[in-house]
Design a protein around this ligand. Structure first.
Ligand code: AMP
Ligand code: MG
Length: 340
């Protein structure tokens, strides 16, 4: 229970800077709406002079629709259907689901398998996402690893169909779903005429336009393991998507003193232990940001930094378990480090 409380606080910590009087967003939004969704809090704040509440209601309904398409625990979702037919046959899915899965596979290849949406068997084994929190034995890990690996994803593009190569492989889009949905909600709001807004989907922050003073929004980056609202840095939102992955989000400390958390090293079948506590990605595509935050957390500081530096328009902030902060050169002008 205590753990859940901590998780909730941490989620709220990413909320409050925009919903309450915050040092980083000076003006109050014209309209803010929050609701629970995707196992987290979803908040949309609009800064336009005028905004119709109905537009936000529609945006929330759209969020639920997308969630029902991608959440593996929703029995009618595309993902649940693919999982249910693993090893048995192709499943026809929405064109958008197919495109997202293809994008994920592309990033798996690019990151040498650091990012992998087929880790369901491992994620279930450790039970960190759902709070069962157990330390898996090596034998259990070896068994689960037989049912992971993105090469198990088979795509029949012509028929908009996806199949998992063997029974027991489980797709889990936890590392990309929120980013993807926030991208889509951003597009939706822009189509509806919204010009200035902050969408906060459990810490995946997506920006439209500027604040009421006509300046870029400023967004705080949470200090890992600290109380809510304790920021390690503030960035000027010159990119429209800011997504963090961290070992402080869902975790437990084993009797062996090790912090076991929800980001898995797909090669080892265990939570990543590489001296990082958090990776934040800034770019103009929240789907890409969400994928990369998880991927780069797995790759570690050196490899991850090198990888990000050769991508166009992508910046990153790394926080180590000693609270050291490292960021890409492109952020120098836009970041204010609050703690070292
Ligand atoms: P995020 O908070 O975006 O880093 O996503 C973490 C979630 O993605 C976890 O709770 C798992 O559901 C899933 N996951 C864990 N490790 C990986 C990985 N290496 N690649 C892809 N998804 C992962
Ligand atoms: Mg992610």
């Amino acid at each position: 229970m205590k753990k859940n409380g901590v998780v909730l606080l941490l989620i709220l910590s990413i909320w409050f800077p925009v919903s309450c009087a915050s040092p980083f967003v000076k003006e109050e939004p014209t309209l803010t709406k929050s609701a629970l969704g995707m196992n987290t809090m979803v908040q949309i704040s609009v800064y336009d002079d005028k905004v119709e509440e109905a537009v936000l209601d529609e945006a929330f309904a759209y969020t639920s629709k997308l969630e029902n398409q991608l959440n593996r625990y929703a029995p009618d979702s595309d993902i649940a259907k693919i999982n249910a037919h693993a090893g048995a046959g192709y499943v026809k899915v929405e064109a958008e689901t197919l495109a997202l899965i293809e994008e994920c596979v592309q990033y798996s290849k690019q990151t040498g398998g650091a990012f992998d949406i087929t880790l369901g068997a491992l994620i279930d084994l450790w039970g960190i996402a759902d709070g069962r929190n157990r330390i898996a034995s090596q034998a259990e890990i070896d068994e689960a690893l037989r049912f992971t690996g993105y090469e198990n994803i088979l795509i029949d593009k012509a028929n908009h169909a996806v199949m998992l190569a063997k029974k027991g492989v489980i797709l889990d889009l936890g590392a990309v779903g929120k980013g993807y949905i926030s991208t889509k909600v951003r597009e939706f709001l822009i189509e509806k005429g919204v010009k200035n807004a902050i969408i906060n989907l459990g810490g995946n922050i997506v920006l439209i336009g500027k604040n009421k003073s006509g300046k870029p929004f400023r967004v705080g980056i949470q200090e890992p393991f600290a109380e809510r609202g304790a920021y390690i840095a503030v960035v000027q939102g010159n990119k429209t998507a800011l997504v963090s992955s961290g070992s402080y989000e869902r975790n437990f400390r084993g009797a062996d003193g090790v912090l076991y958390h929800h980001i898995m090293n797909p090669a080892e079948g265990r939570p990543v232990q590489n001296g990082l506590s958090q990776v934040t990605i800034l770019c103009d595509d929240a789907t890409q940001a969400d994928i990369l935050s998880t991927a780069v957390f797995v790759m570690g500081r050196e490899k991850g930094l090198k990888y990000i530096q050769q991508l166009d328009g992508v910046e990153a902030v790394f926080v180590t378990d000693k609270n050291e902060i490292v960021f890409t050169d492109g952020l120098k002008k836009d970041i204010e480090v609050l703690r070292k």
